[in-house]
Write a protein that binds this ligand. Structure first.
Ligand code: PBG
Length: 333
């Protein structure tokens, strides 16, 4: 857009509309609301349990009954949906990740309990095998290689188990090729055509996931890294190809992950495809803000709001974030 100004300074003074709070509000181009957030929540076993995650100050692993309370709070704060992730101990991890297909696993228990208590809250399920494998990878492994097609077969089954438990949005975060189409066909053939798919379409092999692996019990478990399936942070065109394929395969919405270091990708994806586009402000982004704030080096609340706004300004319709509750409270005040 080539706009030209008829006159320069001093007729034009860009500071003029910035002078008063009322005026700054009128000219603000981007606004945040609790409706922009999907609240990321980590589950654990037990009852009445809230267990702090050391590397994510303020985030606790919640037992199912506590997750139900969080869902009630989300509803009253105006947060539309929760994204659930399970902490899994060594006992429930195996090479074949069979706990992923257990219709009574932690994720499914939580979905049933939350849908029972707060049916109007949207529930998003991560689809990937990393909480359940004994090597911490998102797929099945043979001779050190992550098997694509065998993994996709399992992801379809995992998605069906989650959808039947009540999840509204299936969110594959595994980055296997072809999984969106396979999951769509699987859901449709089981009469689950109204279950949405939000694809982690452009998901980068990122150091920002460190604290999450601690949160779900994968750190110390993960062997090697995820560079054979997650994207190279150097690439941007490739993100568009990933997104294009996932849309062609039936994704209802797409995600870029992480968020803050990938605002350019969010912008390109939104402008290229005009799809509902989401970004995941991941565990490391959360941890960095909280750690610096705890040291008194930054104003944590201010930077929380600034980063969320930046992600929206870049083009995201919404943000998956561990800050959802905190930010919504501020916005509601
Ligand atoms: C795994 C998964 C990851 C996250 C969501 N799903 C981590 C990974 O790929 O290793 C990251 C979330 C976060 O860091 O907050 N399928």
């Amino acid at each position: 857009m080539a706009l030209t100004f008829p006159q320069g300074f001093p007729q034009t003074r860009l500071r003029r509309p910035r002078m008063a709070e009322w005026s700054r509000r009128l000219v603000a181009e981007t606004r945040l609301s609790p409706s922009d957030f999907i609240w990321a929540i980590v589950l654990r076993a037990g009852r009445g349990e809230r267990e702090p995650v050391a590397s994510m100050p303020g985030v606790e692993r919640l037992s199912v009954d506590e997750a139900v309370k969080a869902a009630r709070e989300a509803k009253s704060l105006g947060i539309p949906a929760l994204a659930l992730f399970p902490f899994t101990g060594k006992a429930d991890r195996s090479a074949d990740a069979k706990e992923a297909l257990n219709p009574d696993n932690l994720m499914c228990q939580a979905a049933r309990a939350i849908k029972d208590a707060v049916p109007e809250i949207g529930l998003m399920a991560d689809v990937a095998l990393d909480p359940y494998t004994d090597h911490g990878h998102d797929g099945l492994m043979k001779d050190g290689v992550i098997l694509n097609d065998e993994t996709v077969d399992m992801l379809v089954e995992q998605a069906l188990v989650e959808a039947r438990a009540g999840f509204d949005i299936i969110a594959p975060s595994d980055m296997m090729d072809g999984r969106i189409g396979a999951i769509r066909r699987g859901l449709d053939s089981e009469g689950l055509m109204d279950v949405q798919i939000m694809s982690y379409a452009a998901k980068y092999a990122s150091g920002f996931y460190g604290p999450y692996r601690d949160a779900i019990g994968s750190s110390g478990v993960l062997k090697g890294d995820k560079r054979t399936y997650q994207m190279d942070p150097a690439n941007s065109d490739e993100a568009l190809r990933e997104v294009a394929l996932d849309i062609a395969e039936g994704a209802d919405s797409v995600m870029v992950k992480p968020a803050l270091a990938y605002l350019d990708i969010i912008r390109r994806v939104k402008e290229t495809f005009a799809m509902p586009t989401f970004a995941f402000q991941v565990s490391g982004e959360y941890a960095m803000i909280m750690a610096a704030a705890q040291n008194g080096w930054i104003d944590g609340e201010r930077i929380m709001m600034e980063t969320l706004l930046s992600i929206r300004r870049a083009g995201a319709n919404g943000v998956i974030t561990y800050f959802a509750q905190k930010a919504a409270k501020i916005l509601n005040d």
